[in-house]
Design a protein around this ligand. Structure first.
Ligand code: NAD
Length: 417
């Protein structure tokens, strides 16, 4: 479904909507519509069989007006420079909505990590980190995990940069293992934030989470944590999926058990027998109250938005709904909690990790979770208030806040020289 959708164009359309509300000056609009720096690298890796393969990777910094740029690294066969630029732009707005002092960035490598051995993955990671090192720095650009990367990949990036600098630089990446200066609560942070805003959205729609049926697309870091915490909050998770397909049981799925057995293993959940198999497309259209797309972009478009039955959509993934789908949801009265608000828990705790690394002073998990919940609730409340005052939807409201903060910082700093 995603093949015909240019997600960078989609991100620019969203910016244009916010620009109209903010009556943004044309020049400023142009500044915000383009990434500040883009690096494309082609680099070789010697595979286990001795052959050499060249991989293409990117690092895009969208805007650094509010601070160092921050953004995940994605290893996925379908990435390209336009998608990476869209993801970098969304990071800028996301950090601004959460009001943390970062701009947005994103990195990616066109690779199917499942085709690589662990040794090959490590070599690819270290070479990619070396190639993009000219962009990175704990005060300039800080990567984190995204699709296809995890704490181990972050550890290799941190070690590679540390070797090149001659001393350990823990603040160069976030989402690291705890033993290397990672933060308590980082792994679950995005899913935890998703469920916090889910609770807030449910209150607005007079829905009790303990009566709610939830469907989650994606059973990776974000999807599995969101499903687990939704279950803990009393919701009935009736459908989940991974890249190979999903399962559905209207009576509810045992998420904690599925998490223990299958999390992080593509195809695993289909082995669970007490449920009906369902395709990823059909999963989105299942009867439910709350839908959490937590996999990849452009899953909900004008082709299927009409058939979505959920009353609330909480975007765990980046860019799962296209602007055409947004218009359909607006007409249908579906309440969409947009990605730049809903999945900001990850970058919020990444920010906490970075602060802890720079100070060499580490916090307890409770402290991290409480601070995260507070920021998520405050962000939700200010987006909801902006939605009401501008009589618009939650995505436009979040963009109004995010774009305004970045525009103000850009204007106040002034255009150099
Ligand atoms: P992950 O690699 O841990 O998991 C991705 C999941 O999506 C896996 O279960 C995979 O099987 C599934 N998937 C992949 N392709 C699919 C497809 N075509 N259809 C259905 N499912 C598919 O990645 P993640 O970190 O959980 O990220 C998921 C989404 O959340 C991405 O859009 C990412 O950008 C976004 N996000 C992640 C974080 C974070 O902290 N990890 C933060 C903010 C946003």
């Amino acid at each position: 479904m995603s093949e015909h959708i240019d997600v960078f164009e989609m991100a620019r359309q969203q910016l244009a909507i916010a620009a109209r509300y903010l009556d943004l000056d044309d020049g400023l609009h142009q500044v915000l519509a383009s990434p500040q720096k883009t690096l494309i690298v082609n680099f070789p890796v010697v595979l286990d069989d001795g052959s050499v393969k060249v991989f293409e990777g990117y690092r895009v910094q969208h805007n650094s007006s509010r601070g160092p740029t921050k953004g995940g690294v994605r290893f996925h066969p379908d990435v390209d420079v336009r998608e990476t630029s869209a993801l970098a732009m969304w990071m800028t707005w996301k950090c601004a909505v959460a009001n943390i002092p970062y701009g947005g960035a994103k990195g990616s490598v066109k690779v199917d990590r499942k085709q690589l051995s662990r040794r090959e993955l490590e070599k690819l990671t270290r070479r990619y980190a070396t190639e993009i090192n000219i962009m990175l720095g704990e005060r300039s650009d800080i990567p984190a995990p995204d699709i296809g990367t995890d704490a181990q990949v972050m550890a290799w990036i941190m070690d590679t940069i540390s070797m090149q600098q001659g001393h350990t630089v823990p603040g160069i990446v976030t989402g690291k293992p705890i033993a290397l200066g990672g933060s308590e609560g980082r792994t679950e942070a995005t899913g935890r934030g998703v469920v916090t805003v889910m609770e807030e959205a449910a209150k607005i729609r007079n829905l009790n989470l303990s009566d709610a049926r939830v469907v989650v697309q994606g059973f990776g870091n974000v999807g599995s944590t969101a499903a687990k915490l939704a279950e803990e909050a009393g919701a009935k998770v009736v459908g989940i999926s991974d890249a190979l397909g999903g399962i559905y049981n209207p009576k509810g799925l045992p998420i904690q058990e599925l998490f223990n057995r299958y999390s992080g293993r593509d195809g695993g959940i289909r082995e669970y027998k007490d449920a009906d198999p369902v395709s990823n497309t059909d999963l989105l259209e299942l009867p439910c109250d709350i839908l959490v797309p937590a996999a990849i972009a452009a899953q909900i478009t004008k082709e299927n938005a009409d058939r979505i039955q959920a009353k609330i959509i909480v975007e765990g993934a980046n860019g799962p709904c296209t602007p055409d789908a947004d218009r359909i949801f607006d007409d249908k009265g579906v309440f969409v909690v947009p990605d730049i608000l809903a999945n900001s828990g990850g970058v919020v705790v990444s920010y906490f990790e970075w602060v802890q690394d720079l100070q060499n002073f580490f916090w307890e998990e409770n402290e991290v979770n409480n601070k995260l919940t507070k920021i998520m609730r405050n962000s939700f409340a200010s987006v909801e208030q902006t939605m009401r005052s501008h009589k618009t939807d939650m995505r436009t409201a979040a963009l109004i806040i995010g774009v305004r903060r970045v525009a103000d910082a850009t204007v106040t700093r002034g255009i150099f020289p």
